[in-house]
Every structure is written in C-alpha cells, then in structure tokens.
Design a binder for this molecule. Structure first.
Ligand code: C2E
Ligand code: MG
Ligand code: MG
Length: 662
C-alpha cells in the first residue's frame, strides 16, 4: 500500500520540480531580455538627456567641434558636470566623427590627437543616437558601461556629436535586482499558485487511492479476521479447479463450523466471540501453506482449501490437524474459551467441479458431522444430499404442522393385568405428510428437538391429551411422553401446570413418561423439577426401561411411580425365551420391592400374555390389547366396551394361566 503511495508521491514531486525548473528557466530568459532592454533604454535616455543638456548649455558647441577652445561659460558648465556619477566621460566630436574635446572627472581638455569614431559618424549620418553597450573590465573603465553618440542639433542643423560614456553598473544593478526580485516573487507566486492546487490534488488522490485500496480489500476480505471472504474463496476455488486436469491432483475443501459458538457469545459477550473468531482465523492461517486459501464465509464458518492433494488420507490428516491446531483453549480477559468444531470435507473433482457445488458438498458433510456428533470430521458422500433433501422436507412439514394444528394424538390403552381392567391410555403424537403418509414420531420428534420447536409440540400434546382425558371416566389416566429437550428451556413445570389448569384434569390422572437419556444430561436440576411435579400429584414414569446403560442407577435416585419395560424385551421374547423371561421377572420383582408399578410394553402375542400373568406384571400395553387409535375412536367404541371386549384369546389364556397357577 505504502509502496503505491510512494510512487505517486514521487511522481507528484518530480512534476512539481520540473514545473518549477521550467518556470525558473523561463523567468531567467525573460529577466535577461527585459533587463538588457531596460538598461539600453535607460542608457539612451541618459545619453539623450546629456546631449540635450550639452547642446542647450554649450553655446559654442559648433566652434568646439571645429577645434576652437571652449568659452569660459562652457568651461564652467563642463566643470560643473564632469563629476557626474552616471556619465563618467564625454567627448565632443565634430560632424565628421573626429574627437575634439574630452571631459573627464579630472580633466577638461581638447584632444591632442583627434580620433575618428565610426559610431559618432554614424549618429550624424543617421540623425539619431547610436548606443554601444560595453561589457567586461578594461583598465580605468567600469565593469559595464555604454557609449551613446547623440547628434547635437543647433538651429535644426547637426553641428556636433556628444559621445557620453554612461556608467551602467549602478543602474543596471538596480534594474537587475528589481527584475530578479520581481521574477522571484513572480516565481514564488506562480509556484504557490501551482503548489496549492497540486498539494490539494495530491492529498485528494492519496485519499482516493486509500479509499480504493480499502474498497478493493473489503471486496475480497473478511473485515473481522482479515481472511479471504466468500467472493475471494470462490475466485480462488475456480482457479484451483481450472488447473486440476493438468496436475492430476485433487483439492480438499474443509468446511469448519464452531460448535456452540452462540454459547460463547451468550456467556462471554460478543467481544469474546469476535476474539475467538480472530484467534481461530490466525491459527488456521498459521497452519496453512501459502497456496492454500483460508476464508471466513459466515458467522462461525471457516473454509480452508487444501491444494495438491494426492490421496484422500492427506485431506483427512489435514482436517485432523485443523482440529488439533484450533482446539487448544484461548483466554479472553482471563476467561478460558474452548474452541470446538466439526469439519466437513469435499474433494474435487470427485464431489464437484464448481466452487458452489464443492462448498455445498462440504457443507453437507459438515452438517452430517454435526448431526452424528459434534467435534467430528466427515467426508461428503452422495447419500448426504438425499438425506438433506428429506430433512428439508420434514422441517417444512413440522413447521407447517405447528402453524396449522397439523399434529394429532392417538391413544393406546393400558391394562391392569389383575382384573383385566383398562386403567388409561398413552398419548402418542401423530403427523402426516402432504401425501398422506404417516411420519413416525421416532422421526419427527428428534427433528423437532433439533429445530428447537419441541417445546411447542410438547405443549400442544400436553394440552390436547389433558383436554381429551378430561372427557373420559375419571378413573382413567393419560400418559404423555416428554422429550429431554423439553426440560432445557426450564418451562416444563409451567407448561404441565398450564395444561392441567386449562383442561381441569386432576393431576393424579396425568402420567409423565421420561426416558433415561433425560437423566443422563443434567440430572440434579432435572430430578428437582421432576420432584416438584411429582409433589403436585402427577405421576412420573420411567419409559423404555432397560434400554439404557445405567437404568438401574436411576431407580434409587428418583422415586418413580412406574417403570415401563421397553418393548424390545417382548420383541426378543420368542427368540431368547428363557433369558428374557428371567430379566423381565427380575425387573418386576425389583419394581415391587421399590414400590413402583411395572408396565410391560409391546405385548403382541398370547404367549407373552401368559408369561406376564405368570410373572405377575402390574400392567400391560401392546398391540395384543389394542393399537393406538384416535380420540374419536376411543370415545365412540372402546371406552364402554374395553373390559367386556378384551380379546377372547387373551381372556382364555389368561384364565388358563390363572387356573394353572392355582
Ligand atoms: P413409547 O413412549 O415407548 O411409545 C410406545 C411405542 O410403541 C409407540 O410407538 C407405540 O405405537 C409402539 N407400540 C405399542 N405397542 C406395540 C406393540 O405391541 N408392538 C410394537 N412393535 N410397537 C408397539 P410410536 O407411536 O411410534 O412412538 C414411538 C416413540 O415416540 C414413543 O415411544 C415415544 O418415545 C415417542 N413419542 C410418541 N409421541 C410422543 C410425544 O408426544 N412426545 C414425545 N416426546 N415423544 C413421543
Ligand atoms: Mg411412552
Ligand atoms: Mg416406551
């Protein structure tokens, strides 16, 4: 930058000096010509003046020119005038050009040997003054003087020539001084007149250049980090892709996204966020080669383009190094910030040949890395594209359902084994796509969690389930599933209380089903919230029991009202037979010991029912007893007949089992 401004500065100075030099040369020439002219004029004037003075005051000029002695009056005149500074000598010539009388400061005398002067003769012949400028020192003469020959006219007739030797030195000096002083003043004024706009022009040009450079820089760089921006990235990617066929190598596009960057901004402030981004930018730059491109293309999104990749493993190693180099903690105002990131990689030419396609592929890979677990590194694969399209579609369906009451609830009956009594229903959310296809909750619930709209969905489910249950006979309960994400906003208690308040449902008729994954996250606060809800009379149920890693440990950390044995146990019942029976029996016994009722989910066959009678399960739920159905169906058909219409097969087997047990 300064190099460029140096060049234009030097140019401006050179131009200025040249102008001043031209100005000086011009002025010098003008001054010389003018001073010479002025001096000549001056000399002629003086000489005329003298000639006139002599002609007027020396009456016997004609006689003197003819060789006679001057009269005493003339001598007095000569004496009075010989001391003049300006005319240091004058000679009176006759009309033929021969000298007759010399008047000098120290002598007034007729010439001894008359000399001919061509100039004097010419002055007579031409009838006008002849001036001859003399330069250069000669003994006894001034440095610069002029000889002026002026015809003296008496009664209209030239009678003599007065040759006046005019000392120019003083006058010339004055003229020269004045001329030079004016010239210098003129020069300065002109210079000033030139310099002021020139300086203004220079300053403006420099400002403009700086602004231009800034604009050019901003057009290609990210302001915060100074890294390349999207525009430059695309340009460089384009160039890198263009040379691929000739090199036979690959390009790896590493798309990096910081995990939980929002949290850094929220907890440490935006300055800390900016600091983190700058630090990461520096770290990425430091680890990359000059020919690689490091860009920041969005809030917390960076891209590194690795060129000259020969094998995929090189790209993988590079990505690992990115994670390694960027991950060490950084400190902002003594607060530790841990940068965490995910990396998606696309390879050219395999995953795309245009910058846009490559970035999209890398972004898809990044997205996948984030979904499958943050902090991961993923290469792009074509399935990711299809998966993304499906996700985008699902997101749209969910948003539409939230905005237009698009969710529905189905209710699956839960029976008490003992006495074959219907005790309530589990509310299960349902969602249909635009083509009428059913989207399973196992698909849309996690998606709603990710989209951070699960609170809205969950609130609707709670309100709807409580409202519906309120219309049922009062001994029937309703179970609602809660997702762990619903505890994150801290509003779950308020939402549950709201649903109960709105519907008027008694709290003891509501069961909240949670899974172990909820307790894995923030167990202290969550357990406290669960306890407070339990204190209001709501039942807390451990759902899908037996599928987690540490299910048992939670049983003594929270006094669940009920545990529901996951349906996977019943699924493997036929296959693993005896082992499953043992485990299920043990869990039932454990529940009994801990004062928790035990529901077995996913009961599908009569054999399972037989076994569960045998194992003394408290409650059962499954297709064998009833599939999830709509609220209308619940109301219209099932409620009144549930007890009477228990499947005949189940009833028969159950009775047989009971009889056998004695
Ligand atoms: P879940 O809470 O364990 O619900 C029971 C699931 O087992 C239901 O699946 C039900 O249809 C299915 N099921 C019941 N009996 C049988 C059977 O005999 N055989 C088989 N194979 N399956 C049976 P669904 O409705 O697909 O729900 C799946 C999961 O989605 C639920 O598991 C629950 O965790 C979640 N879910 C459903 N609705 C909601 C909701 O409103 N909120 C939240 N957070 N999760 C929900
Ligand atoms: Mg459930
Ligand atoms: Mg379950």
């Amino acid at each position: 930058m300064s190099f460029l401004s140096d060049i234009s500065f030097r140019r401006a100075v050179a131009l200025f000096v040249l102008t001043i030099a031209l100005l000086a040369a011009g002025t010098w020439t003008i001054v010389r010509t003018t001073t010479d002219y002025l001096i000549n004029e001056y000399v002629q004037n003086i000489a005329h003046h003298w000639a006139q003075l002599v002609a007027e005051n020396v009456n016997d000029l004609g006689q003197i020119a003819a060789g006679e002695q001057p009269s005493s009056a003339s001598l007095m005149f000569f004496r009075a005038t010989r001391k003049s500074n300006t005319v240091f000598r004058y000679i009176i010539f006759n009309r033929y050009g021969y000298s007759q009388l010399t008047v000098e400061p120290d002598k007034i005398a007729p010439v001894e040997l008359s000399e001919f002067s061509a100039e004097a003769a010419r002055a007579i012949a031409q009838g006008k003054a002849v001036v001859d400028i003399k330069r250069g020192a000669r003994s006894g003469l001034p440095e610069r003087y002029a000889e002026a020959y002026v015809p003296a006219v008496v009664n209209g007739k030239a009678v003599a020539v007065v040759g006046a030797y005019v000392n120019q030195a003083q006058a010339a000096q004055v003229i020269v001084n004045v001329s030079w002083a004016s010239a210098i003043a003129l020069c300065l004024l002109t210079g000033l007149a030139f310099a002021v706009p020139a300086v203004a022009w220079y300053l403006r040009t420099r400002e403009k250049q700086q602004a231009d450079r800034r604009i050019r820089f901003l057009a290609h760089h990210d302001v915060l980090t100074g890294l390349a921006n999207r525009a430059q990235l695309i340009e460089r990617l384009q160039n890198a892709v263009a040379v691929l066929p000739s090199t036979g190598t690959m390009i790896a596009v590493h798309f990096i996204d910081l995990d939980h960057f929002k949290q850094v901004n929220d907890t440490h402030g935006h300055d800390a966020g900016d600091f983190l981004l700058t630090t990461i930018g520096q770290r990425l730059k430091a680890m990359s080669r000059l020919e690689d491109t490091v860009a920041r293309i969005g809030g917390d999104e960076f891209v590194v383009v690795q060129t000259a990749v020969v094998e995929q493993s090189q790209a993988e190693n590079f990505a690992r190094r990115i994670v390694e180099v960027v991950s060490p903690p950084t400190y902002f105002k003594e607060q530790e910030i841990l940068p965490r990131m995910s990396v998606g990689i696309a390879l050219a030419p395999k995953d795309g040949l245009t910058p846009e396609r490559l970035l999209k592929s890398a972004d898809l890979a990044l997205y996948n890395a984030k979904v499958t677990g943050r902090g991961a590194i993923r290469f792009f694969s074509p399935e990711m594209d299809d998966a993304l399209q499906a996700r985008i579609r699902l997101e749209r369906i969910i948003r539409h359902a939230i905005a237009n009451d698009g969710f529905t609830l189905h209710y699956q009956p839960v029976f008490e084994m003992n006495g074959k009594k219907l005790i309530g229903f589990e509310a299960l959310a349902r969602l249909s796509g635009p083509d009428g296809e059913d989207i399973p909750p196992a698909t849309f619930i996690p998606m709603a969690e990710e989209m951070r709209v699960i609170d809205k969905v969950g609130q609707w489910v709670l309100n709807e389930a409580c409202r519906t249950a309120k219309s049922w006979p009062t001994h029937l309960t309703v179970a609602v599933n809660l997702s762990p994400a619903q505890f994150e906003s801290g509003r779950i208690e308020e939402i549950v209380a709201g649903a109960l308040g709105l519907s008027g449902l008694e709290p003891h008729r509501l069961e909240l089903e949670i899974t172990e994954s909820l307790l894995l996250r923030n167990s202290e606060a969550t357990l406290a919230a669960l306890q407070r809800m339990k204190d209001t009379g709501v039942s807390i149920v451990m759902d899908d029991f037996g599928t987690g890693y540490s299910s048992l440990s939670y049983l003594w950390k929270f006094p669940f009202d009920k545990i529901k044995i996951d349906r996977s146990f019943m699924e493997s019942f036929e296959r693993s037979g005896h082992d499953v029976e043992t485990v299920v029996k043990t869990i039932i016994a454990l529940g009994r010991q801990m004062n928790m009722r035990v529901t077995v989910e996913g009961v599908e066959t009569a054999e399972q029912v037989d076994f569960l009678y045998d194992a003394e399960a408290d409650q059962v739920q499954g297709f064998f007893f009833g599939r999830p159905v709509s609220a209308t169906e619940v109301n219209a058909n099932l409620l009144k007949d549930f007890v009477a219409n228990l499947p005949a097969e189940a009833e028969g087997k159950a009775n047989r089992a009971k009889t056998a047990l004695g």
